[in-house]
Ligand binder design. Structure first.
Ligand SMILES: Nc1nc2c(c(=O)[nH]1)N[C@@H](CN(C=O)c1ccc(C(=O)N[C@@H](CCC(=O)O)C(=O)O)cc1)CN2
Length: 299
């Protein structure tokens, strides 16, 4: 049976380090790290995530700002909010919650965020630094950064000789994940919905990372015995067994079957998910340290 990678416990450990660094910055420079999260519209899942970000930021001792905008907000109004946050010296990190309502174009909004405040790591500057192998001066997208912490807990920081397969090629996850694995010396295959014979490609992987967006798509016979399986999917399904109207989360991996084959596996919930908000706190701390000329701790 595979080792269950406990994302909640690893996230708690990183949050402890961020909280200590935040207290040290206050003591040394009288500076409080500031995080602003912008949310547009009424998507219930997005509101849940944003509320959790605010709570976590406060627990870390941060100044936490939530800008809530109505669904009808125009592109110009949203961009003006980002400009104001860019110019606010108490804010070190800015995040625009995704997805945005359909009438808004996320790309120009994200590119407006100053790279040094882009705690989502989605700006061209931060994505470019990662692509060029600079993991020290930019900011890295939170979910892949968190997945990498989980992978390090199993394999250490040098993945030389290991084959990694990433299913999914989004800017938010798949592309930066591939870059991070490459930077750690893994041999990386980027797979996606148009990849031919996906199960066969996945069977080569020592580290298999599923961000397909399709619930329980990765089956036991896709997995090399002993492989590390990282599940980035989150699908909410009805769970009448828990009571009327109740739901539960499942991932992109058929956990019950795959845990019998894999060497290590992340659960959903409680695997990669808790690392996303944790690495947002770490990125905000990094941004605040850099802004104040303080050595950036290792998270
Ligand atoms: N601007 C961004 N938008 C979005 C991002 C992002 O990184 N930046 N990621 C996702 C949503 N997300 C954070 O925003 C997020 C997803 C999941 C979790 C999490 O803790 N999941 C838990 C389960 C939580 C639950 O019960 O619902 C888990 O998997 O254990 C946190 C944050 C899209 N948008």
């Amino acid at each position: 049976m595979a080792k269950r990678i406990d994302g909640k416990a690893i996230a708690a450990d990183v949050i402890g380090k961020v909280t200590a660094a935040s207290a040290a910055l206050k003591a040394e420079k009288d500076v409080v790290p500031g995080l602003a999260v912008v949310i547009v519209g009424d998507d219930p899942a997005s509101h849940t995530y944003v509320a959790a970000k605010g709570r976590r930021a406060k627990e870390c001792g941060f100044h936490s700002v939530q800008v809530t905008l109505p669904a009808e907000t125009s592109q110009a109004e949203l961009e003006q909010v980002v400009r104001e946050l860019n110019d606010d010296p108490t804010i070190h990190g800015i995040l625009v919650q995704l997805p945005l309502p359909a009438h808004l174009d996320e790309f120009p909004v994200i590119q407006l965020i100053r790279p040094e405040k882009d705690v989502d790591g989605l700006s061209i500057v931060n994505a470019g630094k990662l692509a060029l192998g600079d993991t020290k001066t930019g900011l890295i997208s939170c979910t892949p950064a968190g997945a990498m912490v989980l992978i390090r807990s199993i394999h250490g920081s040098d993945l030389s000789g290991l084959d990694a397969v990433v299913i999914g090629r989004s800017n938010l996850f798949g592309k930066p994940m591939g870059q991070l694995l490459l930077q750690a010396n893994a041999t990386v295959t980027m797979a996606h919905s148009r990849t031919a014979d996906l199960p066969e490609i996945c069977r080569r992987a020592d580290i298999l990372i599923a961000a397909t967006g399709r619930a329980e798509m990765v089956k036991a016979d896709w997995v090399k015995p002993g492989a590390t399986v990282i599940d980035v999917g989150i699908t909410r399904i009805p769970a009448p067994e828990r009571g009327e109207g109740k739901t539960r989360l499942i991932g992109d991996v058929d956990y019950a079957a795959v845990e019998k084959v894999a060497g290590a596996i992340t659960p959903v919930p409680g695997g990669v998910g808790p690392m996303t908000i944790t690495m947002l706190m770490a990125n905000t701390m990094i941004a605040a340290c850099r802004d104040n000329g303080v050595t950036v701790p290792d998270f």
